[in-house]
Design a binder for this molecule. Structure first.
Ligand SMILES: Nc1ncnc2c1ncn2[C@@H]1O[C@H](COP(=O)(O)OP(=O)(O)O)[C@@H](O)[C@H]1O
Ligand SMILES: NC(=O)OP(=O)(O)O
Length: 310
């Protein structure tokens, strides 16, 4: 019998912001992955990169300005770097966690490119926040460099275009490794957005929403479950209000109704619930949205928000 297949998406709280924070946060996040593996699942991991790609872009390009022998790095190269370095931390933390449990599995990160449509209007309207929170002065300096910023809680953050994913270029390699029982880290940060130009794939100055690539991977790989680990234990109705109510097990029709009511934050919870609905509509058995902390209980059905057929 084929093992259960699970695509698990790690949000920014599973990664932290700085290098030491990431190493620490990933150590906790991989326990949820190890629980799934110990339970016999074949797993593909995908993850956020907004904070990391912003940090890498600033580090690469500011340094290059001051040192003529270095060149700056375009956003697509920074996305590739973020996949490499986040994958490196996840590989090592997960390997150690599994070995502690007496389990040995091959774990590999696939640098993943995803085509985007050059006519996607999102390419011309930056919406996706990247990097750390900036002061007003730092935000003004970014604008002078031609970058875009938006006001957020506590300050400002850079924003960048977020086109829709089209084709996952390395999909066959991901599937091959998964079929062979390897744990695969893929589509990190939504995948590196690329534009197809003849034989060439040209990096786009954008970042793809990772919830969209999580559902795409889950659909293409015919996963049984999609698990989205984020910063809250449940999806809530009336979030942030006095009458806020956590959602337990709901059907895809109910979830779509809540979407129509505007129950979910546009750039935060909405893409996760949409990803979950799309996955179930295309044949997935269960989508779970919860925190790293609650993951084990959510896998067992006693915590988190589960979206199922119906
Ligand atoms: N209806 C809702 N229920 C729960 N959380 C919500 C809701 N609407 C918006 N949110 C916000 O969504 C956030 C999770 O999304 P996000 O910050 O993008 O995390 P991630 O990095 O995991 O993708 C929560 O911290 C919460 O502030
Ligand atoms: N690429 C992406 O969606 O990253 P965040 O989750 O950090 O926004």
């Amino acid at each position: 019998m084929q093992k259960k297949r699970v695509v698990i998406s790690l949000g920014h709280s599973a990664l932290g912001a700085t290098l030491p924070e990431q190493r620490e946060a990933v150590t906790k996040a991989v326990r949820a992955v190890a629980d799934l593996v110990a339970d016999g699942a074949n797993v593909v991991i995908t993850h956020s990169n907004g904070t990391q790609v912003g940090m890498i872009h600033t580090a690469m390009n500011e340094f290059a300005k001051a040192h003529a022998e270095y060149t700056g790095a375009p956003m697509a190269v920074c996305s590739a770097m973020s996949q490499g370095y986040i994958g490196y931390d996840i590989q090592n933390a997960l390997r150690a966690e599994l070995l502690r449990r007496g389990i040995y599995r091959n774990i590999a990160t696939i640098i993943t490119q995803v085509t985007v449509d050059p006519y996607d209007e999102a390419l011309y309207q930056p919406t996706k926040v990247i990097g750390r929170v900036l002061t007003k002065e730092e935000a003004e300096a970014e604008q002078k460099k031609g970058n875009f910023v938006t006001e957020v809680e506590g300050g400002y953050r850079r924003i960048i275009a977020a086109p829709k994913p089209q084709e996952i270029i390395e999909l066959d390699s991901i599937r091959l490794l998964l079929d062979a029982g390897h744990i695969v880290i893929a589509g990190g940060g939504g995948g590196i957005p690329v534009l197809e130009q003849g034989e060439t794939l040209r990096g786009a100055s954008a970042v793809i929403e990772k919830d969209l690539i999580a559902t795409r991977l889950a659909e293409e790989l015919r996963a049984d479950e999609l698990v989205i680990l984020t910063s809250v234990d449940h999806v809530m109705l009336n979030y942030g209000r006095e009458n806020a109510t956590p959602l337990g097990k709901i059907t895809v029709s109910e979830a779509e109704g809540y979407i129509r009511e505007g129950q979910f934050g546009d750039a935060t919870m909405l893409p996760k619930v949409q990803a979950a609905c799309s996955f179930i509509r295309r044949g997935g058995k269960r989508a779970v949205i919860t925190s790293v902390h609650n993951a084990k209980a959510a896998f067992e059905g006693s915590a988190g928000t589960s979206i199922v057929e119906g």
